[in-house]
Design a protein around this ligand. Sequence first.
Ligand SMILES: N[C@@H](CCC(=O)N[C@@H](CS)C(=O)NCC(=O)O)C(=O)O
Length: 247
Amino acid sequence: MHPYTIIFQIISMAQKCEMKLLGTHGSVFVTRVKFALKLKCIEYEYVEEDLCNKSELLLTSNPVFQQVPVLFHANEHPMIESLVILEYLDEIQPDVHPLLPSNASDRAQCRILAYTYDTLYHPWTKEFMITRDKRRKEELKKLLIEGSLMLEEAFVKLSKGKTFFGGDDIGYLDVALGSFIGWFKFNGSVFGLNVIDEARTPRLTEWVKCMWSHEVARSIIPSHEIHMDFLNMLQSQLPPMHAPVST
Ligand SMILES: N[C@@H](CCC(=O)N[C@@H](CS)C(=O)NCC(=O)O)C(=O)O
C-alpha cells in the first residue's frame, strides 16, 4: 500500500477517534491492547475502570466475565478478551505494523503460545504472588522455571535467529508476552522471582532487553508503583487466610 494511503488512514481514524478502551492500569491484558493500538497508530480514548467498584459500562459491555479490557469501536459490538482484540486490530488495520505472521502454521503456533501463557503461566504467577503457603510458592516457582524453558525453545524456533518472536520487528507474541515484562521486573525485585535468567534462558533474556529498549514497548509498560497498587488490589480481594504478607 502507498505510504500516503497509510497516512490518510491514520489521520482519518484519528479524526474520528472511534475507539474507546476500558481498562485498568497495571493489567497486562490492558497493556497488551494499548501496545497494539500504539504500534498501529490508532487513536483512542482511554477510560480507567475501578475493579473494586465496577462501572455500569463494564457490567453491561462484558456481563459474563466483568473484566477489562473492553474495546469499543464505533457502533460495533463491544470487544472483550485481549488476544481476540489483538487479532481484531490486526484485521482492521492490516497495513500498519502487521502483527500475526503470514504463514498459517506460524500463526497457529503464536496463538497456542499466547493461550498457554495466559491460561497456565499467568495464573501460576498470580498465585505465586499472593499465596502464603511456602510449599506451594516453591512448587509454583519450579513450574514457572520449567515453563520458561519451553518459552525459550519456542523463541528460538519462532524468531529464526532474529531479535523478536516476530523476527526483525515486534509481532503478535512480542505484544502478547511483552506486556508482561513490567511484571517480570517487578516480581524479580519484590519476590526474587527471576523466571527469565541469563544462564537458563539466554535468548529470552536478550529478548526482554530488546523489548525494554523498544520505544513503544517502554512507553506503555506501567511503573513499579502501578504494579504495586495492582498487587495490593489483588491482595485486598483475597479471603482473610490469604491476607497480604510483607515481602
Ligand atoms: N482473558 C482475559 C483476562 C482479562 C482479565 O483477567 N482482566 C482482569 C484485570 S487483569 C480483570 O478485569 N479482573 C476483574 C475480575 O476478574 O473481576 C483477557 O485476555 O482479556
